[in-house]
Structures are given as structure tokens and as C-alpha cells.
Design a protein around this ligand. Structure first.
Ligand code: CO
Length: 251
């Protein structure tokens, strides 16, 4: 069952997403050489709590932090640690906040100081692939229309999309139906309806699309050790333009 949010529920959902987006922005501003990923996680945690919300990821299936911070060849679910960011790193920050009964979920990859041209292109293509998918996120289209648009754009730029992790419905639960893959043929999957809220989240690799999970059970890295980036927003389906609920100025 794919939940449809009514206007009343959407008021709360928008507030949850606004807090989530602000947490992402705050994390992005902290991405600088010399800062530990743990320090960014603490700032995200303290900010979300200061807003009267709860970090959605903390203790989710045993996850030990409030943010996922994934550096360079780490694709997603990097656990914040004492690692000190250095010039040239690319840093994916994924955050979620639970407020008034609803979750927001968003992510972005930030450059740490000066980065390589290839890394900069990866970040840009990953972000743009989200917007390519977003154009198809309207009532009446199928979920895989979004997936296909993302894959086509990414591969036309010479990169690959991760297959084994996907976007998802989001609302009262962090992960709801439907699954929103970042690859596939168009015209498949559930039909999109006004009031659905989905997290569209392309994960894009410079090299092969294969990834594996480290022994900690979370940290997901590229199989070939090459760079990866991530971009995610929580999106409301309408009968017109989709609405990005985790909207941030300039992100
Ligand atoms: Co998500």
C-alpha cells in the first residue's frame, strides 16, 4: 500500500522536511579540511534535537549515528568517526528528521576544499540526475519513468548508477512503498498519484556500479575503489509540478 498524504498531514511533513533540509545545509557548511565526520554528525544531531525533532536514522535498525557521512569511495551509510576530512575529499551527507509524526530524508555530496575535475563533474552529474528524474515525477507517470530518466542521464555522462540500493516512499515511516530505483525501463512500477511522497536518491559511481558492504554491516563502498556521489530529496507528487519538500536555497 502506497500512502497518500492529505493536506493536513502535508503541513507536518513539510515542517519535518524543512528541518531535515536545514540539517543538510548545516552539515555542508562544515565540510572543510581538518573537520572530523563525527563533529559534523554531532552538529546535525544537536540541530535536529534543538528543533524539537528526532534524528530519523539514530538507532534505525541499529544505526549508531544521526547522519550518514560517506567519503570518496564510500557510497552510502558511512558511519561518522574520527576521520579528519582532507583537501580533495568528496563528502556525502545523508540526514533524516522525524517531526510531528513524519520523516524527511535528504542527502548531498559536498566538496572538501579544492577537488579534482572528475570529482566535481561526478557531484554535478549526480545532482542533475535527480532533477532529470524529478521532471517525470508527476501524477499519472510510472515510478520507473523516473528511474529511466536518471539512468539515461548518468550513463550518457559516462558514470554508472548503483543498483542494489534504491529510493523509497517516505512519510510516517522512513522507508515506505514504493521502491524508487535509479535504473530501469520506462513504463513500469506503480502509477504516481497526487499526495504520494517519495525520496528520489541517485547514487552514482565513476567506475563500475557494483558496491559491497563492509563488516560493520553499514559502510557501503564501490567495488573498484573509485569515487561515488549521492543526492536525495523528499518529493511530493502533485497533479502539476512536483514539490521538493526538503528544499534548500542553493542546494
Ligand atoms: Co532515503
Amino acid at each position: 500500500m502506497i500512502s497518500i498524504k492529505n493536506e493536513h498531514e502535508l503541513v507536518s511533513m513539510r515542517e519535518a522536511c524543512k528541518i531535515t533540509a536545514a540539517a543538510r545545509a548545516l552539515a555542508g557548511e562544515m565540510v572543510k579540511p581538518g573537520v572530523s565526520t563525527k563533529a559534523i554528525d554531532k552538529a546535525v544531531h544537536d540541530f535536529i534535537v534543538s528543533q524539537g525533532a528526532k534524528p530519523s536514522f539514530l538507532h534505525y535498525s541499529g544505526y549508531p549515528a544521526s547522519a550518514c557521512i560517506s567519503v570518496n569511495a564510500t557510497v552510502i551509510h558511512g558511519i561518522p568517526s574520527g576521520y579528519i576530512l582532507k583537501e580533495g575529499d568528496i563528502v556525502s551527507v545523508d540526514v533524516g528528521a522525524f517531526y510531528k509524526g513524519f520523516h524527511g530524508d535528504c542527502a548531498a555530496t559536498f566538496p572538501c576544499g579544492e577537488i579534482s575535475d572528475e570529482a566535481a563533474k561526478l557531484i554535478q552529474v549526480t545532482r542533475q540526475s535527480f532533477f532529470e528524474g524529478l521532471r517525470l515525477a508527476t501524477q499519472g507517470n510510472r515510478v520507473s519513468d523516473i528511474s529511466h530518466a536518471i539512468q539515461t542521464y548518468v550513463e550518457s555522462n559516462g558514470f554508472s548508477v548503483v543498483r542494489s540500493f534504491v529510493g523509497h516512499g517516505v512519510g510516517r515511516q522512513l522507508h515506505e512503498e514504493p521502491e524508487v530505483p535509479n535504473y530501469g525501463k520506462p513504463g513500469h512500477g506503480p502509477r504516481l498519484l497526487k499526495g504520494m511522497t517519495i525520496a528520489i536518491e541517485p547514487m552514482v559511481n565513476v567506475g563500475v556500479y557494483d558496491v559491497y558492504v563492509l563488516k560493520d554491516g553499514w559502510t557501503t563502498v564501490t567495488a573498484d575503489g573509485k569515487l561515488s556521489a549521492h543526492y536525495e530529496n523528499t518529493v511530493l507528487i502533485t497533479d502539476g509540478e512536483p514539490e521538493i519538500l526538503t528544499v534548500t536555497e542553493g542546494l
